[in-house]
Design a protein around this ligand. Sequence first.
Ligand code: ZN
Length: 381
Amino acid sequence: MSAGTTRRAGGPGIGAAAEGGGSRLFRELARMVVALADVEGLRSFALPYPGLAQRALDRTVMHCLDVGETPPRSLPELWEWCRTRPACDPLFAVSPALVAPGTTLVHPVGRMPTRSCLEVASHGPDGGVAAHARALLGDLEARCGTGERYRQCRRFLARHPVVHQRDRFGLDWSKAVWSRVKELYGPLPEYLLVDGVFLRCPSCELPALPRDRAVPVLGPSGTGADLWCEGEECPRDAPPELIREPDQTWILRRSLRTFLALPYRTEEAARNALDHAGIGHEALPGSLSAHRLKDTGPESVDIQVYDRLQPALLAAHLAEGAPPAHRTLVVVPAALAGRDGYREAFTGSLPAPLRGRSVLTTPVDLVSDLERGPKEEKDDA
Ligand SMILES: [Zn+2]
């Protein structure tokens, strides 16, 4: 969203010209929210504020003066703005072609960064939070030495965003894998505990929190709208798992939870679909989740797997990559692809050279979309 960003031909809302000061502020606040959420004792917001937060507060005050709004008086008030003022608020006026209008940076129930916040914080030339996840995986790959070791470690991270001491006695525990990945985990932070208990969503297996950290959720009533989990989109038909020994529990870094663990189920479903159809594939190094298909004739075909709530930001991310030398099937969960306007927003935000070469699909449709070939896809776009 930087005004100085140069891109290849951008879709509506993605080119630098479409960005206003409010939109840039929205991204700066997204990065502030992500950074502050990792600081212990967040709720106190004691002075002096961390430098990044003070700069974001100063920028917000200046922007408010520019647009004739009363500025926030403190960091807690600014944090509350991030929870209650969505992307479409006149203060930000982020183009609806870039971020869905109702998007807030802090979740109204969980009071933690939203998934969209992490996606906004990953938008831009440096790749932000998602690039951080990619860099961590790149280091791990280098440490592993062999592709097979790296695959084992990556699978472990994706399947175990939270590790409990008792997991060490489980079937898929490997001492060698743990010794390579343990530095990507940390102790459970205080802000993820409710009365000393850690809540884990039974669906995405990521942290969960009840509204306002209220205790009643620890009973069977802990289902429904009053519960937040980091996956955000999970069904609420089962209560969260309670882990009562938080000091014996480790949690994966946030960037990897969101950009590796969350899409992993979709990635496994996509790979299973390819295997079932007898289509060979190999992982591409340096990516979060990209695979090149084998035996595709003179044309190279890649699949890339994502679980992103903001389709226009996903399109912008693809547009930032290397020139589209070959076809890419962009696999997302079926629940997202079927959402009103998701597909249209994705395709409409792709730069013209990528349309027809980058096609949105789901694990179920992957093989049939592959067989349809690029020409028909172009007709669809
Ligand atoms: Zn969940």
